[in-house]
Design a protein around this ligand. Structure first.
Ligand code: ZN
Length: 236
Protein backbone atom coordinates (compact mmCIF):
# COMPACT_ATOMS: atom_id res chain seq x y z
CA UNK A 1 0.00 0.00 0.00
CA UNK A 2 1.29 3.41 -0.94
CA UNK A 3 1.34 5.43 2.25
CA UNK A 4 3.31 8.48 1.12
CA UNK A 5 1.53 11.56 -0.17
CA UNK A 6 0.74 15.13 0.90
CA UNK A 7 -2.26 14.14 3.05
CA UNK A 8 -0.44 11.32 4.84
CA UNK A 9 2.58 13.52 5.44
CA UNK A 10 0.30 16.21 6.88
CA UNK A 11 -1.50 13.63 9.06
CA UNK A 12 1.83 12.12 10.09
CA UNK A 13 3.08 15.50 11.29
CA UNK A 14 -0.15 16.12 13.24
CA UNK A 15 0.03 12.69 14.92
CA UNK A 16 3.69 13.13 15.81
CA UNK A 17 2.87 16.37 17.62
CA UNK A 18 -0.23 15.04 19.40
CA UNK A 19 -0.35 13.97 23.08
CA UNK A 20 -3.02 11.41 22.20
CA UNK A 21 -2.36 10.17 18.65
CA UNK A 22 -4.86 7.25 18.85
CA UNK A 23 -7.77 9.58 19.66
CA UNK A 24 -6.65 12.07 17.02
CA UNK A 25 -6.40 9.35 14.39
CA UNK A 26 -9.91 8.10 15.23
CA UNK A 27 -11.25 11.68 14.97
CA UNK A 28 -9.55 12.18 11.57
CA UNK A 29 -10.91 8.84 10.27
CA UNK A 30 -14.46 9.89 11.22
CA UNK A 31 -13.97 13.29 9.54
CA UNK A 32 -12.66 11.56 6.41
CA UNK A 33 -15.59 9.12 6.27
CA UNK A 34 -18.06 12.00 6.52
CA UNK A 35 -16.23 14.06 3.90
CA UNK A 36 -15.89 11.11 1.52
CA UNK A 37 -19.67 10.50 1.73
CA UNK A 38 -20.39 14.18 0.95
CA UNK A 39 -17.93 14.23 -1.93
CA UNK A 40 -19.33 11.03 -3.45
CA UNK A 41 -22.81 12.54 -3.54
CA UNK A 42 -21.54 15.75 -5.12
CA UNK A 43 -19.38 13.84 -7.61
CA UNK A 44 -22.42 11.85 -8.77
CA UNK A 45 -24.39 15.08 -9.34
CA UNK A 46 -21.49 16.55 -11.29
CA UNK A 47 -21.07 13.37 -13.36
CA UNK A 48 -24.79 13.47 -14.26
CA UNK A 49 -24.36 17.11 -15.33
CA UNK A 50 -21.30 16.32 -17.44
CA UNK A 51 -23.24 13.45 -19.04
CA UNK A 52 -25.89 15.95 -20.13
CA UNK A 53 -23.21 18.23 -21.54
CA UNK A 54 -21.67 15.39 -23.56
CA UNK A 55 -25.08 14.22 -24.76
CA UNK A 56 -25.92 17.73 -25.97
CA UNK A 57 -22.51 17.95 -27.64
CA UNK A 58 -23.18 14.69 -29.47
CA UNK A 59 -26.48 16.17 -30.69
CA UNK A 60 -24.59 19.15 -32.10
CA UNK A 61 -21.85 16.91 -33.55
CA UNK A 62 -23.29 13.47 -34.38
CA UNK A 63 -19.78 12.17 -35.14
CA UNK A 64 -19.30 12.00 -31.38
CA UNK A 65 -20.12 8.46 -30.27
CA UNK A 66 -20.79 8.36 -26.54
CA UNK A 67 -20.48 4.56 -26.63
CA UNK A 68 -16.86 4.85 -27.77
CA UNK A 69 -14.73 3.26 -25.01
CA UNK A 70 -12.73 6.50 -24.75
CA UNK A 71 -15.88 8.54 -24.03
CA UNK A 72 -18.09 6.07 -22.20
CA UNK A 73 -16.87 6.94 -18.70
CA UNK A 74 -15.64 10.48 -19.42
CA UNK A 75 -18.42 12.19 -17.43
CA UNK A 76 -17.17 10.41 -14.28
CA UNK A 77 -13.52 11.26 -15.03
CA UNK A 78 -14.46 14.91 -15.65
CA UNK A 79 -16.23 15.10 -12.26
CA UNK A 80 -13.30 13.54 -10.40
CA UNK A 81 -10.81 15.80 -12.17
CA UNK A 82 -12.76 18.95 -11.33
CA UNK A 83 -13.02 18.01 -7.65
CA UNK A 84 -9.28 17.34 -7.61
CA UNK A 85 -8.26 20.70 -9.12
CA UNK A 86 -10.57 22.50 -6.68
CA UNK A 87 -9.13 20.71 -3.65
CA UNK A 88 -7.42 23.85 -2.30
CA UNK A 89 -10.86 25.30 -1.49
CA UNK A 90 -11.14 23.53 1.85
CA UNK A 91 -7.64 24.56 2.95
CA UNK A 92 -6.63 27.39 5.23
CA UNK A 93 -3.42 29.42 5.25
CA UNK A 94 -2.56 27.74 8.54
CA UNK A 95 -2.54 24.33 6.78
CA UNK A 96 0.45 25.55 4.79
CA UNK A 97 2.09 27.83 7.34
CA UNK A 98 2.05 25.93 10.63
CA UNK A 99 5.60 26.74 11.74
CA UNK A 100 7.60 29.96 11.70
CA UNK A 101 11.09 30.74 12.99
CA UNK A 102 12.54 33.93 14.46
CA UNK A 103 14.27 36.02 11.81
CA UNK A 104 16.94 37.11 14.34
CA UNK A 105 18.82 39.93 12.62
CA UNK A 106 18.33 38.72 9.04
CA UNK A 107 16.71 41.62 7.27
CA UNK A 108 17.34 40.90 3.61
CA UNK A 109 14.90 39.79 0.95
CA UNK A 110 13.99 36.07 0.98
CA UNK A 111 12.69 34.64 -2.31
CA UNK A 112 11.54 31.31 -3.62
CA UNK A 113 11.42 31.56 -7.39
CA UNK A 114 10.22 29.43 -10.32
CA UNK A 115 7.60 27.56 -8.27
CA UNK A 116 5.37 25.76 -10.75
CA UNK A 117 1.62 25.49 -10.33
CA UNK A 118 -1.64 24.69 -12.11
CA UNK A 119 -4.87 26.53 -11.42
CA UNK A 120 -8.26 26.93 -13.04
CA UNK A 121 -9.60 30.05 -14.78
CA UNK A 122 -12.97 30.85 -13.21
CA UNK A 123 -14.23 32.53 -16.40
CA UNK A 124 -13.84 29.47 -18.64
CA UNK A 125 -12.90 26.59 -16.33
CA UNK A 126 -9.82 25.98 -18.47
CA UNK A 127 -6.50 25.40 -16.67
CA UNK A 128 -3.78 28.02 -16.45
CA UNK A 129 -0.24 26.98 -15.64
CA UNK A 130 2.96 28.77 -14.89
CA UNK A 131 5.49 29.78 -12.30
CA UNK A 132 5.34 32.00 -9.26
CA UNK A 133 8.09 33.98 -7.56
CA UNK A 134 7.35 34.74 -3.92
CA UNK A 135 9.48 37.03 -1.77
CA UNK A 136 9.28 38.77 1.58
CA UNK A 137 11.35 40.93 3.87
CA UNK A 138 11.27 39.97 7.58
CA UNK A 139 10.41 42.78 9.96
CA UNK A 140 13.38 42.35 12.31
CA UNK A 141 12.48 45.44 14.36
CA UNK A 142 9.15 43.88 15.38
CA UNK A 143 9.94 40.26 16.13
CA UNK A 144 10.19 39.28 12.45
CA UNK A 145 9.43 35.73 11.41
CA UNK A 146 10.77 33.52 8.63
CA UNK A 147 9.40 30.36 7.05
CA UNK A 148 10.90 27.10 5.85
CA UNK A 149 11.15 27.41 2.06
CA UNK A 150 8.74 24.54 1.40
CA UNK A 151 6.03 26.59 3.14
CA UNK A 152 6.16 29.16 0.34
CA UNK A 153 5.54 26.37 -2.17
CA UNK A 154 2.70 25.00 0.00
CA UNK A 155 0.96 28.34 0.34
CA UNK A 156 1.01 28.59 -3.47
CA UNK A 157 -0.59 25.13 -3.79
CA UNK A 158 -3.30 25.94 -1.22
CA UNK A 159 -4.31 28.99 -3.22
CA UNK A 160 -3.73 27.58 -6.74
CA UNK A 161 -6.07 24.59 -6.44
CA UNK A 162 -9.32 26.47 -6.92
CA UNK A 163 -11.17 28.31 -9.73
CA UNK A 164 -10.08 31.96 -9.89
CA UNK A 165 -8.40 34.67 -11.92
CA UNK A 166 -4.60 34.91 -11.97
CA UNK A 167 -4.83 38.42 -10.47
CA UNK A 168 -6.73 36.98 -7.48
CA UNK A 169 -4.21 34.16 -7.01
CA UNK A 170 -1.35 36.67 -6.86
CA UNK A 171 -3.20 38.90 -4.41
CA UNK A 172 -4.34 36.08 -2.11
CA UNK A 173 -0.80 34.67 -1.72
CA UNK A 174 0.47 38.16 -0.94
CA UNK A 175 -2.27 38.68 1.67
CA UNK A 176 -1.68 35.25 3.22
CA UNK A 177 2.00 36.02 3.83
CA UNK A 178 1.19 39.50 5.03
CA UNK A 179 -1.27 38.14 7.61
CA UNK A 180 0.74 35.12 8.75
CA UNK A 181 4.24 36.69 8.93
CA UNK A 182 3.62 40.44 9.42
CA UNK A 183 6.70 41.08 7.28
CA UNK A 184 8.19 44.48 6.38
CA UNK A 185 7.21 43.73 2.79
CA UNK A 186 5.95 40.98 0.51
CA UNK A 187 5.89 40.59 -3.27
CA UNK A 188 4.50 37.95 -5.60
CA UNK A 189 5.01 37.75 -9.37
CA UNK A 190 3.21 35.12 -11.44
CA UNK A 191 3.70 34.28 -15.11
CA UNK A 192 1.22 31.83 -16.61
CA UNK A 193 -0.16 30.50 -19.87
CA UNK A 194 -3.94 30.23 -20.02
CA UNK A 195 -5.76 27.42 -21.77
CA UNK A 196 -8.63 29.79 -22.56
CA UNK A 197 -6.24 32.02 -24.54
CA UNK A 198 -4.01 29.29 -25.98
CA UNK A 199 -6.60 26.72 -27.13
CA UNK A 200 -9.61 28.87 -28.07
CA UNK A 201 -10.59 32.49 -28.63
CA UNK A 202 -7.46 34.37 -29.73
CA UNK A 203 -5.52 31.05 -29.87
CA UNK A 204 -2.19 32.56 -28.91
CA UNK A 205 -0.15 29.53 -27.91
CA UNK A 206 2.96 31.37 -26.73
CA UNK A 207 1.30 34.31 -24.97
CA UNK A 208 1.67 34.40 -21.21
CA UNK A 209 0.23 36.72 -18.62
CA UNK A 210 2.28 38.38 -15.88
CA UNK A 211 0.72 39.72 -12.70
CA UNK A 212 2.18 41.08 -9.49
CA UNK A 213 0.98 41.91 -6.00
CA UNK A 214 3.13 43.82 -3.55
CA UNK A 215 2.95 45.44 -0.17
CA UNK A 216 5.08 47.27 2.40
CA UNK A 217 8.66 48.05 1.41
CA UNK A 218 8.26 46.44 -2.00
CA UNK A 219 5.58 49.01 -2.72
CA UNK A 220 7.21 52.00 -1.04
CA UNK A 221 10.89 51.54 -1.90
CA UNK A 222 11.80 51.11 -5.55
CA UNK A 223 15.27 49.79 -4.63
CA UNK A 224 13.77 46.84 -2.73
CA UNK A 225 11.36 46.23 -5.60
CA UNK A 226 14.19 46.38 -8.18
CA UNK A 227 16.27 43.97 -6.10
CA UNK A 228 13.40 41.45 -6.15
CA UNK A 229 12.91 41.84 -9.90
CA UNK A 230 16.62 41.47 -10.67
CA UNK A 231 16.91 38.40 -8.39
CA UNK A 232 14.01 36.58 -10.01
CA UNK A 233 15.39 37.23 -13.49
CA UNK A 234 18.78 35.65 -12.67
CA UNK A 235 19.22 32.56 -14.82
CA UNK A 236 20.41 29.18 -13.53
ZN1 ZN B 1 -10.28 32.17 -19.00
Amino acid sequence: MKIEGPFNQYLGRLLAKSDNPEALLEEKIQELKLRTGELNQVRQKMADGYHQVLTALSEAFPEIDLEDPNLKDSHNRMARALIEVCSGLGSKNSDAINTTFPADDYNEVIILKNIDFTSLCSHHFFPFQGIAHIGYLPDTKNGGKVLGLSKLARILDVHAQRPQLQERLCQSIMEALKNELKPAGVMVVIEAKHGCLNCRGARKREASMITSALDGKFKDDHKVRSEFLSLISVKG
